[in-house]
Design a protein. Structure first.
Length: 115
């Protein structure tokens, strides 16, 4: 199993930045992929960004050019740097890890973009 713990959410003004962190309970080398998803009430959870074991990344169309996913293999941590935030980015952000074909999720962290 894998436990994932997110941090870094909060309230930010439009145009601002936040960095989310997700710490895994095991080496992230053992995970085939890690990523960030987000969800707002009444909508499906959507991909924000993902990084796979070989380091390749992919992003949701809504965040391309503004968000960056990265990882620290020593700290077993994946980061999501979010720049130029927009009100439409307001959501609960969930960390995801794939281990032996199974999806694991963190508890979520709220990001609110508002003036």
């Amino acid at each position: 199993q894998v436990q994932l713990a997110e941090s870094g959410g909060g309230l930010v003004q439009p145009g601002g930045s936040l960095r989310l962190s997700c710490v895994a309970s095991r080496s992230i080398f053992s995970l085939s992929a890690m990523g960030w998803y987000r969800q707002v009430p009444g909508k499906e959870r959507e991909l924000v960004a993902r990084i796979i074991s070989n380091g390749n990344t992919n992003y949701g169309d809504a965040v391309k050019g503004r968000f960056t996913i990265s990882r620290d293999n020593v700290k077993n941590t994946v980061y999501l740097q979010m720049n130029n935030l927009e009100p439409e980015d307001t959501a609960v952000y969930y960390c995801n890890g794939v281990f032996r074909g199974f999806d694991y999720w963190g508890q979520g962290t709220q990001v609110t973009v508002s003036s």
